[in-house]
Write a protein that binds this ligand. Structure first.
Ligand code: COA
Ligand code: AMP
Length: 626
C-alpha cells in the first residue's frame, strides 16, 4: 500500500487502523474501546484493555523462539567493555530486579526515579518497573542536582536507582554527591537508593538508605509480569517548557506499545532480528523509545552505546560499532554528524570500516541542516532521513515512511505527516493557512496512540500548555510550513525552548539560574546559532545599581552557576553585561529581536518597543556595532 492510501486510512478509520496494529501485541485483556472520547479533549487509547509492556518486549520473544538472540549489546568505549544479553538473559535479569523493587516496597503505580549513566542496569531498571507496573522516571545524567530535585519533588518516588559514576570521555563524573545534594534539596534524604557500584569508582561507604545493586540482586528471585491497564502510565519523562518548571510527560502503556511496534516496520523499515542502534541517551525520549522499548517490542537487537561520536576515542566510533555489531539501522542527532564531519571531513576514517550492514540513517532531535544531510548522504551512500518528533509525541510525527514508501527527500524537511497525525498549520486566529505559508504547527485531536495523555499530577497544565491555544488542536510548540506536496518544514519554536546539541532546554530555567546571582538585577537568555550544536545559550545580564564586580569574574561565576544549577549541557557560550534589556511597552523582553541581532540577521525594530536605542546597546555588547 502506498503512503497516501495508508495515511488516508489512518484518518478515515483510526479505530480500525490502530486496532489492526494493536493485534500485533499480546493483551491480557482486550480493550473495550479503541479510543475513548467520552472525556474529550482528553482521549484514551485501548480503554479497558490490559497489557504488560515488559512481557511484550522480552518474555514474548523468548516464547516465540528468540530466547538466544541478542536483545541488548552494551558497547562502552569509555570502559573498554562489550557485553551481549540474549533475550532470555535480559528477561531473567529484569525479572529478578523487578523482585528487588518489590522487596523495597515498590508496588504497581509507584514511581521510581532512574538517574543512571548508559549502563545495562539502566535498561534493566526501566524494564523491571514496567514488569511490575511501577512508573519509571528517568532523569538525564547530565542534569545538575537542582533539576533532579525538582523531578523528585514532582514525581514523589518510592525509591531512586543510580550508580556511583558516569564516564564522560576520560573523565569520571561522581554521581553520589549530586544525588545526595538533590535528595537534600527535595527534602527526601531518607529515600531508598539502589546503587550500582562501578569498578571505576567503587562505593566504599554507602549512605544508610542505600542498597547496593549487586547485593540486592543476590537475594532476589525472578517474578512474573503483572497485568497493567492500557491507560495506566508506563513512565513520566520530564521535559523543558516555557517556564523553568519542567513538565512531566505521562506515557500510557497500551498506545505506546502499539505505536512503537508499528513504527519499527513502517517508518524505520526494520524487521525482527535486525540490529537497531539509536545513538542517544536513555535520559531523552529517543533513548526511551528507540534504545529500549521499540527495538525490543519488535524483536530486534538494540545497542546501548556508552560513548560519544567523537573523542571515544575518535570520529570512527560510530563506524566501529556498526561494523562490529552489524548494525542495520542508525538513529542519531544531526549534531553527532556535524561533530564527526568536523574531525573527519573527507570521511577517511569511515573508509577504514565495513559498514555494509547499514541500510539507512535517521536523524532527529533538532532540525537537520541540508549541508549536514548532504554530507552524510555522500559519505554513507545511503538514504539519510530527517524526521520530526518530540518528547510529548514519543514517536515520529513527520517522517519518510521507509517501510511503506521511500518518498523523495527534500533537504531541510522531515517529509510528511506520519499516519495517525492530522497535522495542520494555523495562523494567529486558528485558521488554517494556505499551503506554503507559515504558522503554528498543530495536530488535530485526537492524537494517535503513543502520545502523552496528560502531565503528571497536573491535567490543568496539560490543557493550558497544549490544548488551549486553539480548541480541538494540540500545540506542538513548533512553527513552520506545509508545502503544496504535503511536506512539512519545521522552522522554529514558538516558545522559549532552545535546542542545544539535540538537548531541549528552557531559557526560563537558565534565566532563573542567572537571576539567582546576587549582582544580577535582570537577565535574558536566548539561543543563538552554533555550527556544531545547532544552538547555544547566550546570556544578557543587567547588574544591580552599585554592583562592583570584575566582568571576567562575573562571567565565570555566572557560567558556573548555570552549570551547577541546570547542568553542564546548558553551559552558555557567553554572558554579556548590558545596561538594559530591550522590551515592549508592556514589559515583554524582545528575545526574538535579540536573537536576530546576535545571529547577524536582518531585523525590524518592533513597533511595540519601549526604547529602540536599547537594540544598539545589545549590538554594542555583542561587538557588532561598527
Ligand atoms: N553526564 C554528565 N555530564 C554530561 C553528560 C552526562 N550524561 N552529557 C554531557 N555532559 C557534559 C559534558 O561532559 C560536557 O561537560 P564539559 O562542559 O565540562 O566539557 C557538557 O555536558 C556538554 O556536553 P555535550 O553537549 O555533550 O558537548 P560535548 O562538547 O561534550 O560533545 C557532541 C559534543 C556533539 C559530541 C555531543 O553533544 C553529542 O554527542 N551530541 C549528540 C547529541 C545527542 O545524542 N542528542 C540526543 C538527542 S537524539
Ligand atoms: P525533544 O522533546 O527534546 O525531543 O525536542 C523536540 C523538539 O526538537 C521539537 O519540538 C522541535 O523543536 C525539535 N526537533 C526535533 N526533531 C526535529 C526535526 N527533525 N526538525 C526540526 N526540529 C526538530
Amino acid at each position: 500500500m502506498d503512503y497516501r492510501t495508508l495515511y488516508r486510512n489512518s484518518m478515515d478509520d483510526p479505530e480500525g487502523f490502530w486496532a489492526e496494529a494493536a493485534a500485533e501485541l499480546v493483551w491480557t485483556k482486550p480493550w473495550d474501546k479503541v479510543i475513548d472520547d467520552s472525556d474529550a479533549p482528553y482521549y484514551e487509547w485501548f480503554a479497558g484493555g490490559e497489557i504488560n509492556t515488559c512481557y511484550n518486549a522480552l518474555d514474548l520473544h523468548c516464547e516465540q523462539g528468540r530466547a538466544k538472540q541478542a536483545a541488548l549489546i552494551y558497547d562502552s568505549p569509555v570502559t573498554g567493555q562489550v557485553k551481549t544479553y540474549s533475550y532470555s538473559e535480559l528477561r531473567d535479569e529484569v525479572a529478578v530486579f523487578a523482585n528487588v523493587l518489590q522487596r523495597n516496597g515498590v508496588e504497581k503505580g509507584d514511581r521510581v526515579i532512574v538517574y543512571m549513566p548508559m549502563i545495562p542496569e539502566a535498561v534493566i531498571s526501566v524494564l523491571a518497573c514496567a514488569r511490575i507496573g511501577a512508573v519509571h522516571s528517568v532523569v538525564f545524567g547530565g542534569f545538575a542536582a537542582k533539576e533532579l530535585a525538582t523531578r523528585v519533588v514532582d514525581a514523589s518516588p518510592k525509591l531512586i536507582i543510580s550508580a556511583s559514576c558516569g564516564i564522560e570521555g576520560k573523565r569520571i563524573i561522581p554521581y553520589l554527591p549530586l544525588l545526595d545534594e538533590a535528595l537534600e534539596l527535595a527534602d527526601a534524604e531518607n529515600l531508598t537508593r539502589i546503587l550500582v557500584s562501578r569498578p571505576q569508582l567503587p562505593i566504599e561507604d554507602p549512605h544508610p538508605a542505600a542498597v547496593l545493586w549487586q547485593d540486592a540482586v543476590a537475594e532476589a528471585h525472578a517474578v512474573p509480569c503483572v497485568e497493567v491497564s492500557a491507560t495506566d502510565p508506563l513512565y513520566i519523562l520530564y521535559t523543558s517548557g516555557t517556564t523553568g518548571e519542567p513538565k512531566g510527560v505521562v506515557r500510557p502503556n497500551g498506545g505506546h506499545a502499539v505505536a512503537l511496534k508499528w513504527s519499527m516496520k513502517n517508518i524505520y523499515n526494520v524487521d525482527p532480528g535486525d540490529v537497531y542502534w539509536a545513538a542517544s541517551d536513555i535520559g531523552w525520549v529517543v533513548g526511551h523509545s528507540y534504545i529500549i522499548y521499540a527495538p525490543l517490542l519488535h524483536g530486534c537487537t538494540t545497542i546501548l552505546f556508552e560513548g560519544k561520536p567523537v573523542g571515544t576515542p575518535d570520529a570512527s566510533a560510530f563506524w566501529r560499532v556498526i561494523e562490529r555489531h552489524k548494525v542495520n539501522c542508525l538513529f542519531t542527532a544531526p549534531t553527532a554528524f556535524r561533530a564527526i564531519r568536523r574531525e573527519d571531513p573527507a570521511g577517511d576514517l569511515l573508509k577504514q570500516h565495513d559498514i555494509s550492514s547499514l541500510r539507512a540513517l535517521y536523524l532527529a532531535g533538532e532540525r537537520c541542516d541540508p549541508d549536514t544531510l548532504h554530507w552524510a548522504e555522500t559519505q554513507l551512500k545511503l538514504p539519510v532521513i530527517d524526521h520530526w518528533w518530540q518528547t510529548e509525541s514519543g514517536w515520529p510525527m513527520a517522517a519518510n515512511p521507509m517501510g511503506v514508501e521511500h518518498l523523495p527527500v527534500k533537504a531541510g524537511s522531515p517529509t510528511v505527516a506520519v499516519p495517525g497525525y492530522d497535522i495542520r498549520v494555523l495562523d494567529d486566529e486558528g485558521e488554517e493557512v494556505p499551503r506554503g505559508q507559515s504558522g503554528y504547527i498543530m495536530v488535530k485531536l485526537p492524537l494517535p496512540p503513543g502520545c502523552l495523555n496528560t502531565l503528571w499530577g497536573n491535567r490543568k497544565r496539560y490543557h493550558e500548555a497544549y490544548l488551549s491555544r486553539f480548541e480541538g488542536y494540540y500545540l506542538t510548540g513548533d512553527a513552520g510550513v506545509m508545502d503544496e506536496e504535503g511536506y512539512l518544514w519545521v522552522m522554529s519554536r514558538v516558545d522559549d525552548v532552545i535546542n542545544v546539541a539535540g538537548h531541549r532546554l528552557s531559557t526560563g530555567a537558565l534565566e532563573e539560574a542567572l537571576a539567582s546571582h546576587p549582582d544580577v538585577a535582570e537577565c535574558a537568555v536566548i539561543g543563538v546559532e552554533d555550527k556544531l550544536k545547532g544552538e547555544m545559550p547566550l546570556g544578557f545580564v543587567v547588574l544591580n545599581a552599585g554592583a562592583d564586580i570584575d566582568a571576567a569574574d562575573l562571567k565565570k561565576s555566572l557560567i558556573g552557576t548555570v552549570r551547577s544549577l541546570v547542568g553542564p549541557i546548558a553551559t552558555p557560550r557567553d554572558i554579556h553585561v548590558v545596561p538594559r534589556l530591550p522590551k515592549t511597552r508592556s514589559g515583554k523582553i524582545l528575545r526574538g529581536t535579540m536573537r536576530n541581532i546576535a545571529d547577524g540577521k536582518e531585523y525590524k525594530t518592533p513597533a511595540t518597543i519601549d526604547d529602540p536605542f536599547v537594540l544598539n546597546e545589545i549590538a554594542s555588547a555583542l561587538g557588532l556595532d561598527d
